[in-house]
Design a protein around this ligand. Structure first.
Ligand SMILES: *[C@@H]1O[C@H](CO)[C@@H](O)[C@H](O)[C@H]1NC(C)=O
Ligand SMILES: *[C@@H]1O[C@H](CO)[C@@H](O)[C@H](O)[C@H]1NC(C)=O
Ligand SMILES: *[C@@H]1O[C@H](CO)[C@@H](O)[C@H](O)[C@H]1NC(C)=O
Ligand SMILES: *[C@@H]1O[C@H](CO)[C@@H](O)[C@H](O)[C@H]1NC(C)=O
Ligand SMILES: *[C@@H]1O[C@H](CO)[C@@H](O)[C@H](O)[C@H]1NC(C)=O
Length: 410
């Protein structure tokens, strides 16, 4: 009894003055009691060739029904081949997925014969989910890229899987994961809220089709920071019904930049607002700060800020394109469009790989309004001067703006 009290007091003391030390003590206890189980305890082999999907499912189920914080551990030093798999909620308590090893996708499309081709690793209907651990998720996307219509026009344009698909989740943290060669989108977050993404490293070749780094679709309250992204498509894309997104401290390139859109395809309504993008370095990316909408849509994209950007040899550093049209299609002039309104560009410096550095190409029926541009200085790597172009673009310029602003006063 006495020993127990002393022990409790000691733990409280340690907790008060050195949090890390007590964490280590707890960790040690758990290990001694054999409480930390990994996917190996559920039958995973981890040799990179045997299918470990069933073991992962079992490990997930155990974590998900656990009444105290559930944990699913993918240990380091092993490679796990996982077929398209869904990890569904709701769970009894917060769940943490610790990926320390490597997870690889099947390198053949037939693995999706009986699965939804939109996703590979799906987390759905979960509240309080953490995915972390410093491990790698390799989509082995080459087999999908070869069959893309972007690579060969004769191929049908079908969707390829999103490597990590987060759907209908709330309170999500994704931290310190390395994404490699996804089939299409690397990390896709759909119909979710209260999401934090930090410390991701994302790598796919510059010529890999549609390999967006992080894609947001109909999400609310998202923070993305400290990510390093090199891909064949958008580093980050923001679409559909999305609001309250803060993006900070990102390196992007090669890739297609940070893109709001495309919005309003097939006449859809899209409402995107309260997006803040700052402290981004674009290295040789196709675009920097981009907003793109299709003709014929409706809704709005508003209260958007791009600030403190560094642009290194970017083809289209600042661009609004309301005539966006996939190269595989032809797009006719249409009456309606998504309204672009209240967009601020502030403190943007560096170089453009073309003479045109700022291009606001807005809709004829719903012109862009309240565009604000201040302290912008973009030189060119190919010409002695840079240029800006405005079509139906209204707003104001403050401070030093080069190339000179062409915005019209309202
Ligand atoms: C998530 O919940 C929705 C309905 O609430 C359901 O339609 C869907 O199938 C669920 N997803 C999974 C993977 O269980
Ligand atoms: C999310 O919920 C919607 C509607 O309830 C459902 O149709 C969809 O399948 C769910 N998504 C996932 C990945 O379960
Ligand atoms: C402008 O942006 C750069 C790059 O992020 C940053 O270092 C600098 O402090 C910013 N300047 C101001 C005045 O905010
Ligand atoms: C700038 O980018 C273009 C391709 O967009 C490339 O050909 C050129 O070498 C780059 N220049 C510098 C100075 O990096
Ligand atoms: C604006 O978009 C139209 C339609 O795609 C295109 O023809 C035009 O060249 C664009 N303007 C600029 C300056 O890029």
């Amino acid at each position: 009894m006495m020993a127990k009290i002393v022990c409790v007091l000691a733990v409280i003391f340690l907790h008060l003055c050195c949090g890390i030390a007590t964490q280590r003590i707890y960790h040690g206890n758990e290990a001694m009691q054999g409480e930390i189980k990994t996917v190996m305890d559920y039958g995973a082999v981890g040799d990179g060739s045997q299918d470990d999907s069933k073991a992962f499912k079992k490990a997930w189920e155990a974590a998900c029904i656990s009444s105290s914080d559930g944990e699913m551990v993918v240990p380091s030093g092993s490679k796990f081949l996982i077929n398209p798999t869904t990890f569904p909620g709701p769970c009894k308590s917060p769940v943490s997925v610790k990926i320390e090893g490597e997870i690889i996708a099947p390198a053949h499309q037939s693995a999706w014969n009986n699965a939804d081709r939109k996703m590979w690793l799906t987390f759905a209907n979960i509240s309080a989910l953490t995915i972390q651990g410093g491990g790698t998720i390799d989509g082995q996307g080459q087999v999908w890229w070869e069959k893309s219509c972007r690579i060969n026009e004769k191929n049908p344009c079908t969707r390829a899987p999103t490597a990590m698909y987060i759907g209908n989740c709330t309170d999500v943290l994704i931290r310190d994961i390395h994404f490699l060669n996804s089939q299409q989108i690397h990390l896709g977050i759909f119909y979710s809220s209260d999401v934090q993404v930090t410390g991701l490293l994302i790598r796919a070749p510059e010529d890999s089709p549609n390999t967006d780094g992080i894609h947001l679709e109909s999400v609310e309250n998202v923070q993305i920071d400290n990510c390093d992204i090199e891909t064949g498509d958008d580093c980050i894309s923001i679409t559909a019904m999305t609001s309250d997104v803060r993006i900070q401290k990102i390196r992007c390139g090669p890739g297609h930049g940070i893109s709001i859109g495309s919005l309003g395809e097939h006449g859809e309504e899209s409402n995107v607002e309260k997006i803040d993008v700052r402290e981004v370095v674009f290295d040789g990316s196709q675009n920097g700060a981009r907003i793109k909408t299709w003709q014929g849509g409706s809704g709005y994209a508003r209260e958007i800020t791009f600030a403190d950007l560094t642009i290194n040899n970017v083809s289209n550093p600042i661009v609004i394109d309301q005539y966006y049209c996939d190269s595989s299609k032809t797009c006719k002039i249409q009456k309606s469009a998504v309204q672009i309104e209240s967009v601020t560009y502030q403190n943007i410096t560096g170089t453009s790989a073309q003479q045109m550095a700022v291009n606001f190409n807005c809709s004829q029926t719903v012109p862009c309004k309240e565009i604000m541009i201040s302290n912008v200085d973009i030189k060119s790597t190919v010409a002695s001067q840079t240029k800006s172009a405005c079509f139906n673009a209204f707003g104001l310029a403050y401070g030093n703006v080069y190339p000179n602003s062409c915005l019209k006063k309202q």
